[in-house]
Design a binder for this molecule. Structure first.
Ligand SMILES: NC(=O)c1ccc[n+]([C@@H]2O[C@H](COP(=O)([O-])OP(=O)(O)OC[C@H]3O[C@@H](n4cnc5c(N)ncnc54)[C@H](OP(=O)(O)O)[C@@H]3O)[C@@H](O)[C@H]2O)c1
Length: 243
């Protein structure tokens, strides 16, 4: 088995996921670049390697059971275990997303990627994570899924536009994170949700105000928690995000 810490980042070919891979690679870790498109995956791996990262490509479509199983096999063959899984891949979904106008298929598609995709990949990777001395799972969520913030005063509720597929998918993901933490309490696996802030990426037409590198910081923090660190919590750079 490799001495190096082994991480997998889903949706690592661009945006925040790419910068999470770069950030974990800068720690000297070996980083699997999970990406569904071969060309984009290879380009990201090459760019990371050129920057000195021990990166390797992991073909992975989070909506596909066979793909998740094959990704786990690839990592097992390469490293024999997985130390850190960052579930970063997500989609915003089609418009409109006003609840009165949404196409129900938009909700199904978003939940399939943003929630079920996380469960699918996590469960495929769990046997490998259980072989790690300090396994960590980071679910990239969003404060737009915070029910507390959405129901707060206008000043508190910088929670993005009305979006009945995307925002509740992150509320759902937060709840799923908590369920995993409850089931896995008593093991050495720490699982937390992180919000990167409003980041300029494809997801929002580059309207965000933070850089992908800034957005990646919370994932790096949660990926490197000490063994007595928190689990089943939701964090942003400034601290705990209310559910
Ligand atoms: N940007 C923000 O302001 C913001 C705010 C809060 C939370 N977040 C969260 O941060 C994470 C990263 O978002 P981002 O802004 O970096 O978005 P992005 O630039 O659109 O990147 C999304 C990544 O997910 C991948 N992906 C989508 N569907 C996939 C699938 N079925 N299988 C595998 N990969 C898939 C994309 O791959 P392709 O290139 O193949 O499409 C891409 O690599 C997401 O979880 C997002 O919800 C973002």
């Amino acid at each position: 088995m490799s001495e190096r810490t082994i991480a997998l980042v889903t949706g690592a070919n661009k945006g925040i996921g790419y910068e999470i891979a770069a950030g974990l690679g800068a720690l000297g870790w070996s980083v699997g670049v999970g990406a569904r498109d071969e060309g984009r995956r290879k380009a990201a791996v090459e760019k990371l390697r050129a920057a000195g990262v021990d990166a390797f490509g992991v073909p992975l479509d989070v909506t596909d059971d066979a793909s998740a199983t094959a990704a786990a096999r690839l990592i097992e063959d390469r490293a024999g275990r997985l130390d850190v899984l960052v579930n970063n891949a997500a989609i915003a979904g089609a418009t409109p997303q006003e609840p009165t106008r949404v196409d129900p298929d938009t909700i199904r598609t978003v939940v399939e990627t943003n929630v079920i995709g996380v469960i699918r990949v996590t469960n495929a990777m769990l046997p490998l994570l259980r072989r790690s001395a300090s396994p960590r799972i980071v679910n990239m969520s969003s404060s737009v899924g915070s029910l507390t913030r959405q129901s707060g005063t206008a000043a508190e509720s910088a929670t993005g536009p009305v979006a009945v597929a995307y925002a509740p998918s992150k509320t759902f993901l937060n709840a799923v994170t908590l369920q995993y933490a409850r089931e896995l309490s008593g093991t050495n696996i720490l699982i937390n949700a992180g919000c990167p802030g409003y980041v300029a990426t494809d997801l929002n037409g580059f309207r965000g105000v933070r850089t992908p590198e800034q957005g990646a910081a919370i994932a790096v923090t949660l990926a490197t928690l000490p063994d007595d660190g928190p689990t089943g919590r939701f964090f942003e750079d400034a601290g705990v995000v209310p559910w």
